[in-house]
Write a protein that binds this ligand. Sequence first.
Ligand SMILES: Nc1ncnc2c1ncn2[C@@H]1O[C@H](COP(=O)(O)OP(=O)(O)O)[C@@H](O)[C@H]1O
Ligand SMILES: [Mg+2]
Length: 118
Amino acid sequence: MKTIAVLSRKGGAGKTTVAVSLGIAAQQAGLKAVVADIDPIRSAAVALRGRTAPASILIETTPGKLRAVRDACWRNGCNLLIVDTPPAPTSDVVKAIDVADFCLAVARPSALDIAAIH
Ligand SMILES: Nc1ncnc2c1ncn2[C@@H]1O[C@H](COP(=O)(O)OP(=O)(O)O)[C@@H](O)[C@H]1O
Ligand SMILES: [Mg+2]
């Protein structure tokens, strides 16, 4: 199993869109995928809540529970865990980075988005 953390310090960069799209694309490609929403705004959850077929890919959780979520996904034969993160606080995003094999930093092609990557 691989874990991808989708992150950006800036809101509105496209994190949730990328995380949800990756999760659905992975499921459609035959992978057992899960999107873990750790953003209290719950945008990924809003996008995925009504989507139960062929199987729900949504887990609504908190940064502190991410390690347990990752272990549970692994035990249940999950292939891909995608973590949708909030733009802040940094300590919450670091928890997602800690469990990730790969971090995907999302940015619009604008000066402020690119500055937020640093
Ligand atoms: N590649 C894209 N092109 C155009 N609009 C996008 C793109 N990705 C996201 N958006 C739009 O930008 C807004 C913010 O995206 P969102 O994924 O919620 O960002 P974040 O999770 O970083 O706050 C949404 O209205 C979304 O539809
Ligand atoms: Mg978001």
